[in-house]
Write a protein that binds this ligand. Structure first.
Ligand code: P53
Length: 494
């Protein structure tokens, strides 16, 4: 017998604009980074493509912040490259069919993101793009038709490319105003359709990537990353404040890439190192967003990397005035932290460093660790005592379509069952968890690798890594399983 979920618990799924919508150059949308990013795989990076000042094509690895465009180069779509996000899974044209399927599963919440570049194609436009505003209005109305609450990410890794090029991106303070204008526009536009908002998806990735690069990340990289983050914190806080003024019922979440870090041994050095890992990678962002000020350890981090952060008095006031209402995060994996030598290395995304002998790893090297989710929920709830949402969780896996068209994804069901049980345990132990939106409720383009075959969905999309396929939607076994989970409010997990 499973432990109980509270009445009114929100069950659903999550997608992001650039990974699902496609229609990248339709109805006035501006370009974003993923439009100039190629496909990759577990061992081949995605590349951002550009044309240099002499007109020669070039590419550089796209993840993280250490690679920079050569002087005078501009991002460009190259003719002989394939860009998986251009069409993605065509949610832009098929959202009615998709939302109908979500409703059939019984969703009470659907997380999606608004593409900033559909609303302000260049980011600094004077007027919003009406076609973009209309599109999301119909998406939200379609959700409402089925009683589905939209949960909207304002930014999901998709700053308009024009802002990157004209202003250098988030290291430039001007981005704060552009973001706030965009946020205010959508708050006013959708104030009666949307209640739940997330300001920046996985905001902490910026620091985590640097940490991952280890010694290759220079002090200058840290300087830029922390300033970039500071601008996002202020932008987030100002948006929250304005949003609350527009509609006091609005509920705002931050969005943290939630990794559970474990010390590799009981050597006090490992324990301390692990604590510092939590501070740098998790608390640095969520303390500012939840408490309205930097944690005491921030000084240590800045000192370590010789960072001189530009913070104004106004920034400090803004941060305090725009704290979040709920703590929302993604959860996929845990990671081991040790100062000791280790033989077996984990190499999947943020599951790096020493391999955890107590866990199994996915085909992409991500540690499968449901208890890590329970640990994360309990630890974070104790720190902030804010309602929490798990807004991403899922298993990227290869799926096989049987001859009769069915997809038997028992591995995905097992993954979600274990994580739902972990959430139930945390609730039992006092955590105020209010929602669960599984990642990629419909197959979509992987953010990390650009693949289609790394599938997360309960709904299969017929499209391959070269872009071939009918884009037809087919429910997998997990679809019917999740439907029953929702109908029983998490009681029936078999
Ligand atoms: P994929 C790493 C890199 C990029 C996005 O990831 C990430 C992470 C860490 O988990 O996070 C989220 O598609 C993100 C989604 C993404 C999902 O994880 O690389 O918010 O956009 O698709 C899964 O397998």
């Amino acid at each position: 017998m499973t432990k109980r979920f509270p009445e009114g618990f929100l069950w659903g799924g999550a997608i992001a604009a650039n990974q699902a919508e496609g229609a990248y150059n339709v109805d006035g949308r501006g370009l974003v980074q993923t439009d100039v990013t190629t496909g990759g795989s577990v061992d081949k990076p995605r590349y951002a493509t550009f044309v240099d000042k002499d007109g020669n094509p070039g590419k550089l690895p796209s993840m993280g912040h250490t690679a920079k465009l050569p002087e005078g180069a501009t991002f460009a779509i190259l003719e002989d490259e394939y860009y998986p996000n251009h069409e993605a899974v065509d949610f832009y044209h098929r959202y009615k069919e998709d939302i109908k399927l979500f409703a059939e599963m019984g969703y009470s919440v659907f997380r999606l993101s608004i593409s900033w570049a559909r609303i302000f194609p260049n980011g600094d436009d004077k007027e919003p793009n009406q076609a973009g505003l209309d599109f999301y209005r119909s998406v939200f109305e379609e959700c409402r038709k089925y009683g589905i609450e939209p949960l909207v990410s304002i930014w999901h890794f998709d700053t308009p490319l024009a802002l990157e090029e004209a202003y250098g991106g988030w290291t430039n303070r001007k981005l704060i105003d552009f973001y706030v204008t965009y946020a205010e526009t959508i708050f006013k536009e959708y104030k009666d359709l949307v209640k739940y908002w997330l300001t920046f998806n996985e905001i902490n990735n910026t620091v985590m990537f640097l940490d991952m690069f280890g010694d290759k990340a220079t002090d200058q990289d840290y300087q830029e990353a922390y300033q970039h983050l500071h601008h996002q914190f202020v932008a987030s806080a100002r948006a929250v404040k304005i949003g609350h003024d527009i509609n006091p019922d609005f509920q705002f979440g931050n969005m943290i890439c939630g990794i559970t870090f474990y010390p590799g041994t009981c050597d006090p050095k490992d324990i301390l190192e692990n604590q510092h890992k939590w501070e740098q990678n998790i608390f640095y962002c969520s303390d500012v967003q939840a408490k309205g000020r930097y944690g005491s350890y921030a000084k240590r981090l800045w000192k370590e990397h010789r960072v001189e952060l530009e913070i104004t008095e106004q920034d400090k006031q803004d941060l305090l005035a725009g704290t979040i209402d709920m703590y929302t995060f993604s959860y996929y994996m845990s990671s081991v932290v040790t100062t000791h030598q280790f033989d077996d290395t984990a190499s999947g995304n943020f599951s790096i460093g020493a391999k955890n002998p107590y866990l199994t790893y996915s085909d992409w090297g991500w540690a499968h660790d449901p208890m890590g989710l329970q640990y994360y929920l309990e630890k974070i709830y104790d720190r902030y005592e804010l309602p929490m949402m798990v807004v991403e969780n899922g298993l990227g896996a290869f799926d096989t379509v049987e001859e009769d068209g069915s997809i038997h994804d028992s591995y995905r069901i097992d993954y979600h069952r274990a994580h739902i049980q972990a959430m139930a345990e945390a609730i039992e132990n006092g955590v105020d968890l209010i929602a669960y939106t599984t990642w990629g409720c419909i197959d979509l383009v992987s953010a990390g690798t650009g693949e289609m075959r790394k599938r997360y969905g309960f709904i299969y999309v017929d499209k391959d890594d070269a872009g071939n396929g009918t884009f037809e939607r087919t429910p997998k076994d997990s679809f019917y399983w999740y439907k029953q989970v929702i109908a029983s409010n998490g009681e029936i997990l078999e």
